[in-house]
Write a protein that binds this ligand. Sequence first.
Ligand SMILES: Nc1ncnc2c1ncn2[C@@H]1O[C@H](COP(=O)(O)OP(=O)(O)O)[C@@H](O)[C@H]1O
Ligand SMILES: [Mg+2]
Length: 373
Amino acid sequence: MLSVKALFTEYPNDQGQIVKAAQNVTFDVPEGKLFTLLGPSGCGKTTTLRSIAGLEKPKSGEITVAGRTVYSSAGNVFVQPNQRAFGMVFQSYAIWPHMNVFKNAAFPLEVGSKKYSKKDIEQRVMRVLAAVGLDHLADREATKLSGGQQQRLALARALVMEPKLLLLDEPLSNLDAKLRERMRFELKRMQRELGLTTIYVTHDQSEALALSHEIAVMREGQIIQIGSPRDIYERPNSKFVADFVGLTNFVEATVLAPENNEGGYRVESSLGQLSVVSLEALRPGEQVLISIRPEDVELCENRPDGTNVIHGTVDFKVFLGEYLDFQVKFGDRSLLARVHPSLKTPVGEGIYACLNPEKCIAIRDDVALKKAA
Ligand SMILES: Nc1ncnc2c1ncn2[C@@H]1O[C@H](COP(=O)(O)OP(=O)(O)O)[C@@H](O)[C@H]1O
Ligand SMILES: [Mg+2]
């Protein structure tokens, strides 16, 4: 449905230097899917989105939507933003304060180049207001809506033109934590129900994991990894991705030998010898980092069966309600373990950790940088 190929967008900065905001950005989004650009502030998410919208003129690349080329440097194509007919919601969405809810949602239809009859406008507006759950508030002044309702109104306004593509730039970031979580579910439900092909921009990893069919993790203008939320979380391809998407333990290690034909390796680490998995082929002697998520460090008081069993001492504990964080020392290094609160081992006691080899992910520290070179 949407295809972005080798997109480069640059800006001159105040010092006359060139900021490479989007570099060789390439991805495809199938019809009806929600695709997220995730990364820290300044990594080029907004630039990529604005390039798709036609609000920035890229240096090179190609963008096609539903078979129509809207930008191509090779073909010298640049379709004006208002001719692309995409729906957009930005971080700082503007609600027109002097208009009621209905008028706000109807605005794009009234000012657009296409003329709609009064009845047509009425039907379209009430349909999108119903979709975002605001139909019963159509006559209310927009300023008398709560934050979440204003957010939904901004969405309704983006949807009223029935866009082929919906572009959302951190649309929930102005909301407080509770509301943000609720809106996340509503947004997901609506996107799935209406089957809207959507590009979603956020720096919030939990938002990305919760909403997306696919995620592209960006860093310094480049996409570092593309995958399903589960892939990105369970099979990060670099230290950057493992670190940015959720909490993890990193353990330095040296590769000893392959262990099976499914990407298994034996490594020597600061925790002793471990069995691990790798996405890429590794050579004996290579230095790697092992990423182990806190919820994958299984703790038990009695020695468990299995591989990767190590013995340590409980260093400290933090009670977090639905789970407990244990810091466990193994020699001079420690691991964070996230466990069920039923585990009551006191601080200072010995404890076993069992590390499922499938959850011990070997990462070459230089993957991200290598791709950038
Ligand atoms: N209009 C602009 N002029 C100059 N530099 C810009 C402009 N917009 C963005 N940048 C720079 O481009 C880089 C990427 O910015 P942006 O796409 O806004 O990142 P993100 O949305 O991921 O926070 C940053 O270094 C930013 O400072
Ligand atoms: Mg941004």
